[in-house]
Design a protein around this ligand. Structure first.
Ligand SMILES: [Zn+2]
Length: 528
């Protein structure tokens, strides 16, 4: 007898093969049978619906908020059953030396949650998650930025040989504890303080362990070529994170991703580099508000930066740099929207651009920005409208690219219901299906599902997931292909998608008839 049967749905099995009719019998958290006419006392009626493997998000930031709400609701409601953590160089671990620096830097990502920060390494953090029971499966990475801050704080210089050895030891430790690889955040400190030789040395450690190099690249137009060179030097497989935005949405590349970045990926693959990429299906990105402040002002960490922003001479220097960037069609503060601030008194600014805030306060943009960061102790987030739809379309369509969200775990209540986070936190996956498969026909439904399931599972080494087949883990997403759609917008982001009926994690329904069941059946999947 099965624990649960999903009955009467069109099965899109994750391989890209055409859909077929089948019932799915689940026992002990595993897909036990895929055939017609199965029965059980516990049936999910999937007639009129598509049954697919649970969706896998290869790039998101659940680790920043998971200890505040382990259901990770904004993800499970969008059909995601497995996601990576520790991305963009900024994992919540290790917390050893320079702990204060790292905690201050990570805090704005945590939506004002009161966390204990009482773990020392990845293993300790994972145990905290396991004690609570996560709502979805999590795949750990370790962040290069977090390693570097642990070893040398926010110092803008090369690592000394002794420090580099310490970083390698920390990386080895995390890989030994089951990390799938190392992520980087090279577009902001301390990634911007890092030279390539440091990354090559760490990459060689990754290579020893079969780890993946998952990279938020530098924000210049050459960044992909640099990444490719790095991949060849270290001999490591490369995953380019949120391709498009991590080219800085660089104005030189606007409208040209097909003949620049995508061509470079094809050529590198042709020359034997194991390189793939992911993208979130929007033309706007999101990060710390402090990331619009240039690198030189971050040296020494958050408090040092805030101290500098008080200095009128520093503000004059910022004015000069922003004006020069604007001449090259760089930073436009009408496109930088403040989405979260810590303090109650500034909550009315959430949803306004930095340019609008300056207008409202009757000061110039630099004063508005610096004052706000100081008032908020840097605990503020932004959404930046960087991109061109034609580039997003070209990148989404490319055969080496899979979808991601790059979002945070939210829920429409409590601390995680605050602010106006990027709508990708609630809608990236339904949007990928709706906009790019159903409406734009960039690929078939089966191909879209493949890129959301077996493609990431193979890429990240999740060999018992991503396909509906007997013996695989029973992660399933059951949805209505006619009506699946994202509803979260930049002005009203805290809104679940439509058309996702049932979401099963390790054999247990987390979403049943569109409602959360309170099941917490996820696991932290350590690499073995
Ligand atoms: Zn990133």
């Amino acid at each position: 007898m099965f624990d649960l049967v999903v009955k009467g749905g069109r099965v899109v099995d994750g391989t890209g093969a055409p859909w077929f009719w089948a019932d799915i019998g689940i026992k002990g958290g595993v897909i036990a049978k895929v055939t017609r006419h199965l029965d059980s006392d516990n049936i999910i009626d999937a007639s009129g619906l598509v049954v697919s493997p649970g969706w896998i998000d290869v790039h998101m930031h659940a680790d920043h908020t998971v200890l505040g709400n382990t259901r990770i609701e904004s993800y499970v409601h969008q059909g995601v059953t497995t996601a990576t953590m520790g991305n963009c160089g900024l994992s919540m671990y290790p917390l050893q030396k320079h702990k204060e620096d790292l905690v201050a830097y990570l805090k704005p990502f945590t939506s004002g949650l009161k966390l204990k920060w009482d773990w020392a390494d990845m293993d300790g953090f994972i145990k905290r998650i396991e004690e609570a029971g996560p709502g979805i499966n999590l795949v750990p990475f370790i962040g290069h930025g977090s390693i570097r801050i642990n070893v040398m704080g926010f110092e803008d210089r090369d690592a000394e040989p002794r420090e580099l050895e310490e970083m390698k030891t920390m990386l080895r430790e995390a890989l030994g504890q089951g990390a799938y690889g190392m992520s980087t955040g090279l577009g902001y400190p301390p990634g911007t303080f890092t030279k390539d030789h440091e990354l090559v040395e760490l990459g060689r450690v990754l290579n020893e362990y079969g780890g993946l190099y998952s990279t938020h690249m530098r924000g210049n137009p050459e960044n992909l070529q640099d990444t490719i060179a790095l991949g060849f030097k270290a001999g490591m497989p490369v995953q380019v994170s949120h391709l498009g935005s991590s080219c800085g949405g660089h104005p030189e590349l606007h409208g040209r991703h097909r003949e620049t970045t995508l061509k470079a990926i094809d050529e590198a693959r042709g020359r034997g580099l194991d390189i793939t990429a992911d993208i979130y299906p929007y033309t706007a990105g999101s990060s710390l508000l402090s990331q619009v402040i240039p690198d030189w002002a971050h040296e020494g960490g958050v408090q040092k930066m805030l101290g500098r922003l008080r200095d009128p001479k520093v503000r004059d220097r910022l004015r000069g740099e922003y004006a020069a960037a604007a001449g090259k069609k760089g930073r436009d503060f009408a496109k930088v929207m403040v989405t979260y601030v810590k303090s109650a008194r500034n909550k009315n600014l959430e949803g306004m651009s930095v340019a609008e805030i300056a207008g409202k306060r009757g000061v110039d943009i630099v004063d508005a920005l610096c004052d706000l960061l100081i008032e908020e102790d840097a605990e503020a987030m932004n959404v930046t409208f960087w991109g061109q739809q034609e580039d997003v379309d070209a990148i989404v369509a490319h055969s080496a690219v899979m979808p991601c969200s790059d979002g945070w775990g939210h829920a429409p209540y409590g601390p995680l219901g605050q602010g106006r986070p990027h709508p990708r936190c609630y809608g990236a996956f339904p949007r990928y299906l709706r906009t790019y498969a159903v409406e734009k026909h960039l690929f078939t439904l089966e191909e879209a599902i493949r890129r959301m399931t077996s493609m990431p599972a193979c890429r990240f080494g999740l060999h018992d997931r991503g396909v509906i087949r007997e013996g695989m883990a029973a992660d399933l997403t059951v949805f209505d292909p006619e009506n699946v759609r994202d509803t979260a917008t930049f002005s009203e982001p805290h809104s679940y998608p439509e058309g996702i009926s049932h979401v099963i994690v390790n054999g247990r329904p987390a979403i049943r008839d569109g409602e959360h069941t309170s099941e917490l059946a996820g696991k932290v999947l350590r690499k073995r």
